[in-house]
Write a protein that binds this ligand. Structure first.
Ligand code: SF4
Length: 249
């Protein structure tokens, strides 16, 4: 569904996909304002536990803020439930109570347990085995697990598996559409394929791209009242220029 914004203008129709040079300029502008984002935040110190925690976080943050997901992860940690086996040993209603801060907690509990079942069945109990292979293999494997869609699979593939993929989310759609440079129709795979192809397979860069778009969407390019006057992208943004009373390109 198209999104109506403060200016009454509808965002949507594809106009001109960004060139590599445009993407580079957007990235540098966002980085200059927000800095390196150091994603993905984890509390565990053991590398494999970190990867498992990232995967749980990717499920828990579906349709909710990171704050809610982080609070659910703290609950799991404080309850000593940090392994797939421990999570599967819990009755689903007990797990649901622990992940309650992440919202939709009954469904989230089922999804977390479905993921843990896959770790046990397909990964011999190791999340690292589940994340073995190239990005397409890992992504396909994850997409077969109940409760994991493209955005979650890409977040796991990129941040836990450290394989090259682009994580598309509502912030990416909003920012590229407002700039007037949507990579294509508002479809997950068209954005992902276009951006991955232009940005390339540098995992650190892909990590930073998604994190910066999230940060910018949460703090500056807000859904209802975007803070265009302080946005480093204003000069190149059709929507922002119109909001600020200047001519759109
Ligand atoms: S200028 Fe405004 S609409 Fe454009 S990207 Fe920045 S905050 Fe968003």
């Amino acid at each position: 569904m198209e999104e109506r914004t403060t200016g009454g203008r509808l965002e949507g129709p594809a106009r001109r996909p960004p060139t590599r040079r445009t993407l580079d300029a957007i990235y540098r502008a966002l980085l200059s304002v927000h800095g390196h984002q150091q994603w993905w935040p984890t509390a565990s110190e053991d590398p494999e536990e970190q990867r498992f925690e990232i995967c749980l976080g990717a499920i828990l943050t579906q349709n909710t803020s990171w704050r809610g997901a982080a609070a659910a992860l703290v609950n799991l940690r404080e309850a000593g439930v940090t392994t797939p086996e421990a999570i599967l040993d819990l009755p689903q209603d007990v797990l649901a109570d622990l992940v309650r801060p992440s919202g939709h907690f009954n469904v989230k509990a089922r999804k977390v347990q479905a993921f843990c079942e896959a770790v046990m069945a397909d990964g011999d109990g190791s999340v690292d085995v589940l994340l073995e292979g190239d990005a397409d293999e890992v992504r396909s494997r994850l997409l077969e697990i109940w409760g994991i869609g493209p955005e979650t699979a890409d977040a796991m593939t990129l941040y836990a598996g450290r394989k090259p993929t682009f994580v598309v989310d509502a912030y990416a759609y909003r920012i590229f559409e407002r700039l007037g440079t949507p990579p294509g129709p508002r479809k997950y795979d068209s954005y992902r394929t276009f951006l991955l192809d232009r940005i390339g397979p540098d995992v650190t860069l892909l990590n930073e791209w998604h994190a910066l778009l999230v940060r910018h969407g949460q703090q500056v390019c807000l859904k209802t009242y975007p803070r265009c006057a302080e946005c480093p992208l204003l000069r190149r943004c059709d929507f922002g220029r119109e909001e600020m009373g200047g001519p759109a390109r």
